[in-house]
Structures are given as C-alpha cells and as structure tokens.
Design a protein around this ligand. Structure first.
Ligand SMILES: Cc1cc2nc3c(=O)[nH]c(=O)nc-3n(C[C@H](O)[C@H](O)[C@H](O)COP(=O)(O)OP(=O)(O)OC[C@H]3O[C@@H](n4cnc5c(N)ncnc54)[C@H](O)[C@@H]3O)c2cc1C
Length: 404
C-alpha cells in the first residue's frame, strides 16, 4: 500500500522551498505541493521588490535576523548555480532628518550584531560623491544587498522538484480538512486527498487555511497593498544602487524606496495601504466578505484605531501622486512628477495578533498534523531557503523521528 504524501499547501517561494528541503532531507518521503493558481509564484513571490536583503534591519536574535543572513547566502548561491538573474548593486539607507540619526546608528549596531559584513557609515560629502542624486544628513552603505527575480526563482524551484519526481499540482485549491488519527483528509477543488501531514504555506490565506484544518492560529492576516511607480525611461541612470529611507521602528515596513530591477529599470515604492481584498492588487478591488471579516477582528480594529493617522496618510499618498513624490524628493530632490509612471503592486500577508500587534518576526504555528507559516513578509523571499530548513527541522523535532 502506498503511503499518503506530506502535502504542502501553496506554491509560493516558501511552499516550494519547504518541498525542496524535505525532498533533499528525506528522498523517500512522498510529497505533493498544491497550488490554486495555474503557475507558481503568482502572489507575494511574484509581486515583490526583488531585493536580496542583507539582514541589517532585524532585531538581533530574531528569526528574521538569523534566517535572513543565512538565507541570503543560500539564495545567492542558488541564483549563481542556476544562472538566475542576480546583481549585487548594494544599498544605502539615508537619514534626512536629525531625529533619524539615532535610528540609523541603531541599524548600524544591528548590522554588526547580525553579522552583516562591510556596512559603513557615510557623512554627507561621501554620500554626495557615492550617489550624487541623493541628499541626506548621513547614510549607511550596505554593499552586499542585491536584486533578483523571485518569480523566476519559484519557477526554477518548481522545475527542480518536478524533475526529482515531486508533483506540483496546480489549479487545486485546498478548502479544508478533517484530522484523523492516521492523517488528514484534505478537501480540495479536485476532490479529497489523504495526507499524512500538512505544511501550510498559503501566504495571504494561511490563517484561514490553518483554521480550516482544525488549527487555532495565534494571529490573523491583514493584507497591506504595496503600490509602486516606475521611473520613466531616460531617467534610469539616476541612481547606481538601492536607496532607502530610515524606517519607522514602530511599523514592520521599510518605507518607500528606490529599487533597481534586474531588467534595468527603477521602481519606487512600495507604500502600505490596507487592501480591501487579500488579493486586491488594485485600489478598486474589494472583497465584501473579507472586508466584513476584518471589521469584526479585534486585532484589525485595534491597529486601525492606533494607526489612524498613519493609515490616513498612506491612503492620501496612495491617491495623490504629488504626496508620494514629496516623500521621494526627501531622498532624491531632483525627481519630478513626470519622472513617475504607474507601476505594479503587491499585497503583503501581514499577521496581526488579536491584541492589535503587527507581528514583526516570522510566525510559525503548529496544529494537529500540520504546521502553518503565518507571518513571512519581507525578507521572506530572501530567507526562503533558510526558513524551509528551519520548518523541516521543526517537523522532524515534533515527529520525534526521521521524516522519511
Ligand atoms: C510588496 C512586497 C514587497 C516585498 N519585497 C520583498 C523583497 O524585496 N525581498 C524579500 O526578501 N521579500 C520581499 N517581500 C516578501 C516576500 O515576497 C514574501 O516573504 C514571500 O514571497 C512569501 O512567500 P510565500 O510562499 O509565503 O507566499 P506567496 O508567494 O503569497 O505564496 C502563497 C501561495 O499559496 C497559494 N494559496 C493560497 N491559498 C491556497 C489554497 N487554499 N489552496 C492552494 N493554494 C493556495 C497562493 O496562490 C500562493 O501561490 C515582499 C512582499 C511584498 C508583498
């Protein structure tokens, strides 16, 4: 009799990386990846800034700090081995107000503690020579930050899995599951599927999937859309690398920044506006059921009350190009409105506790015969290969025996 597989829900970069890690660790273990779209990497993985982060921002000792630094090394190795796009263009984080200097110093301290190499402090003169279009009071230079195309990474991970005999079944949505003594029976849009264990990498729907599998997740997902503009052709030689503001330490977002793309363009963004649909990539996409749910979730209401002014400003900046431009001009004063063309958008799966905390670190919960990745926003793509190994270690530890 064939053993039921371990099922991975979600074919984003994390689901695929978890499947790859499991397959390497236990080649005999039957595995299946279930993805609702017709191709992998169609949501957060395919709508992000494409940055391979270095690990500067994250609280020392956090999962983000550890797995970003480890994951960056693994990702760069993977990109080189598979001849995927990668450019190590480096980044600078620029303080434009005196109040930001202590926060920039704190980032330098974190970089050292997290083991990010070669980070240097730049005074205004040096900054001017290094990145002439940028103005600031001080900056941190992080030469190891790079850019890639995570959609291409996801495709490559899928192809590798398939050539190793692991099925990545597409156009199958997991709608729930029943936990039994010997496993878990998943209800899917293509019929029931018996699995011995489930790893939920459902991104924007991971909390709902966890609940539908009998779990009691500690957090819920609140979707935050990040909108981009593109710098028009002819101005793309404006910057040599990536340029970031000093982030607000109270929020898990990095602030609108300038990112080079592997196709030679420059994107600016993303902002962070509440999306009225989990997969709401445009301002007009509204899912009434998801809005109604959010308005009854105490955690969302608490965030909305506490961050009322920040939320209102984000909304204004989303609707008003001039406001967006003004924020960018703090970093690059020569930028003009006509330099900005509309770009794309991504939606972040940001976990919020019922007490109203925006989770800063990665959150991974366990349920009956299941494990759930519930908070894996940026730098989740950079860290994906390291997060996958961490998840597989936890699976083995909770099984109390080798997985194969
Ligand atoms: C705007 C933005 C910018 C970002 N910038 C960066 C960056 O520069 N660098 C970086 O490292 N990280 C960045 N991130 C974060 C990074 O994109 C995520 O950490 C990463 O993509 C998470 O991968 P995932 O596999 O968990 O999620 P996803 O890519 O969202 O994958 C989840 C998958 O689950 C599938 N799914 C959902 N429900 C079901 C179901 N019921 N049945 C079957 N399948 C289902 C979805 O279709 C989807 O394919 C950014 C994110 C955003 C949104």
């Amino acid at each position: 009799m064939t053993r039921p597989p371990l099922a991975i829900v979600g074919g984003g970069i994390l689901g695929l990386a978890v499947a790859g890690s499991l397959h390497r660790r236990s080649p005999g273990l039957p595995l299946i990846v279930l993805e609702k779209e017709s191709e992998v990497g169609r949501h957060q993985t395919g709508h992000n800034s494409g940055v391979v982060h270095s690990g500067v921002y994250y609280r020392p000792g956090s999962l983000k700090a550890r797995l970003c630094v480890e994951g960056r090394g693994r990702m760069v190795e993977y990109l080189r081995k598979h001849s995927l796009p990668y450019e190590e263009c480096g980044k600078i984080i620029v303080a434009t107000a005196a109040a930001e200097i202590p926060r920039l110093q704190e980032l330098r301290r974190r970089a050292t503690e997290n083991g990010v190499p070669a980070v240097t402090w730049m005074e205004p003169g040096e900054l001017q020579r290094f990145e002439p279009a940028v103005t600031g009071l001080a900056a941190l230079r992080v030469p190891g930050t790079g850019i890639t195309d995570y959609r291409a990474v996801a495709r490559s991970l899928r192809e590798e899995l398939e050539s190793d005999g692991v099925e990545v079944r597409r156009e199958v949505r997991v709608e729930g599951g029943e936990v039994r003594e010997e496993g878990i029976v998943l209800q899917t849009t293509s019929g029931p599927l018996e699995a011995m264990h489930v790893v939920n990498c459902g991104g924007l729907y991971s909390d709902r999937i966890a609940r539908s599998l009998g779990g009691n997740p500690s957090v819920a997902i609140v979707p935050f859309r990040g909108e981009y503009y593109l710098i028009r052709t002819g101005r793309t030689d404006l910057l040599r690398g990536l340029v970031y503001p000093v982030p607000d330490p109270e929020l898990p977002f990095l602030g609108v920044h300038f990112t080079r793309t592997v196709t030679g363009g420059i994107e600016v963004g993303p902002n962070a506006v509440w999306a009225m649909a989990r997969e709401g990539y445009t301002k007009t996409t509204v899912n009434p059921r998801e809005v109604a749910w959010a308005l009854t979730y105490p955690g969302f209401l608490r965030v909305a009350r506490r961050e009322l002014w920040t939320g209102a400003y984000e909304m204004l900046r989303s609707l008003d190009k001039a406001t967006f431009l003004r924020d960018l001009q703090r970093l690059v004063p020569s930028l003009e409105e006509r330099d900005l063309a509309p770009g794309g958008a991504g939606v972040r799966a940001q976990a919020v506790t019922s007490g109203g905390q925006l989770c800063d670190d990665f959150v991974i919960d366990e349920g009956p015969r299941s494990m759930h990745i519930l908070n894996a926003p940026s730098p989740g793509a950079t860290a994906s290969l390291a997060i996958a190994d961490y998840v597989v270690d936890r699976l083995a530890a909770s099984a109390g025996r080798p997985l194969g």
